[in-house]
Write a protein that binds this ligand. Structure first.
Ligand SMILES: CNc1ncnc2c1ncn2[C@@H]1O[C@H](COP(=O)(O)O)[C@@H](O)[C@H]1O
Ligand SMILES: [Zn+2]
Length: 365
């Protein structure tokens, strides 16, 4: 199938890191500005941004660089807006965007002000092209699903639900993790629905994050954990014991953990390109997607870092279809199934099902 077929299909994205989803063109523009100010050497940075093959270690070095480029409230607002518009433009109808609130005293940034800049970006989404469906049902710009095919100024207007997950970075202390959870609770009415644990998987100990994650769960926040990106049986066991609502990756499980994970039926966010690029999985042919799909384990295809890995959700759907022999219907059904695993209430799920039902009719045309 042509790429256009995947682009026009409604999609659900549940695993996308804000700073990993920034367009290359924006990163290069930001790098040029910092180069002119003498903060960085542009030519050194340019090839790092444009490089395609990266090990896991190099990916985390790149994130440190991206974070230097995006250190500013205004830039955080801009990238949030652009990332949402990019997902909306490829017909992602529900997006859970995750980001790590950052503190940087030298520019007067607190975790709260960082998050406010993100929320500002959501508000700034260009409403000519994208109807943002906010968290509060009574906000006046909630649009009916019929808008999907309305045209505005000649372009098709898209609709997208956006929810936020706040990430705890594995470099952080228990106190810093707790601060993130408290912030999530404070900002709940503004679209923050859950907590993610991410960052370099070879850094940090489960017990450091456990108190904050436990507190988050007690307070009713949803939890998703990066789990098994590298082999670490003790941590994988502890994570499965915790029973998060979802996990990301599940690449490096040993047989026992794999069996237990499958019997627990925990939905998993699958990021094919990311897993291959970072070498968490040797090749697409041996990816655990096939096993999960064949045993009907709950799974959702996601991008992880569409900027860093030069991908998009449409490309990931296309890759899954060709690598595992799934047709248009098979992929559509996976996207529709993902509605059950989103961190939102029944009303949102109902609306999303309607969107999928109405586009199902066009599937065979
Ligand atoms: C490739 N696999 C991955 N494994 C683990 N954590 C990852 C990741 N990809 C991204 N992140 C996490 O997301 C941050 C960037 O977005 P934010 O600054 O939060 O918006 C990275 O610094 C890392 O902590
Ligand atoms: Zn991730």
């Amino acid at each position: 199938m042509e790429m256009e077929g995947w682009v026009s299909m409604p999609k659900v994205e549940l695993h996308a890191h804000l700073n990993g989803s920034v367009r290359d063109s924006t990163l290069l523009e930001l790098a040029r500005v910092l180069g002119e100010k003498g903060v960085i050497v542009f030519s050194d940075v340019e090839h790092v941004i444009l490089k395609n093959e990266r090990s896991l270690t190099e990916v985390f070095r790149l994130f440190d660089l991206i974070h230097i480029l995006t250190t500013d409230h205004k830039i955080i607002t801009r990238i949030t807006k652009e990332v949402i518009e990019d997902f909306a433009s490829e017909n992602v109808v529900y997006l859970e965007l995750r980001t790590t609130p950052k503190k940087n005293d030298s520019i007067g940034m607190s975790k709260r002000s960082y998050l406010e800049a993100v929320l500002e970006g959501i508000k700034a989404v260009n409403t000519v092209d994208v109807a943002f469906r906010p968290h509060n049902a009574d906000v006046s710009n909630v649009k009916s699903s019929s808008l999907i095919n309305d045209t505005c100024n000649g372009s098709t207007r898209k609709e997208i639900y956006v929810r936020l997950l706040l990430s705890i970075d594995r470099r952080e202390s228990t106190e810093a993790a707790m601060e993130t959870v408290k912030l999530a609770l404070e900002m709940r009415d503004l679209g923050v629905v859950g907590i993610d644990l991410s960052g370099n998987p070879i850094v940090g100990e489960w017990m450091t994050f456990f108190p904050a994650l436990k507190f988050a769960r007690e307070q009713g926040l949803y939890i998703t954990l990066h789990c098994g990106e590298v082999p670490n049986p003790k941590e994988i066991q502890a994570m499965l014991d915790f029973l998060p609502q979802r996990i990301g990756h599940a690449c490096c499980f040993e047989e026992e953990e794999w069996k237990r994970f499958k019997s627990l039926n925990i939905p998993v966010e699958i990021c094919l390109t990311s897993n291959i690029r970072t070498n968490s999985v040797r090749s697409i042919e041996v990816h655990h997607f096939a096993d999960l799909y064949n045993s009907k384990h709950p799974l959702v295809i996601c991008t992880d870092d569409s900027g860093v890995f030069s991908t998009s959700l449409s490309k990931e759907y296309n890759l899954a279809a060709s690598a595992f022999g799934l047709g248009r219907r098979g992929i559509f059904q996976l996207a529709r199934n993902a509605i059950e695993y989103i961190f939102a209430d029944d009303e949102v799920k109902r609306e999303l099902k309607e969107i999928f039902n109405s586009s199902e009719k066009k599937l065979d045309q």
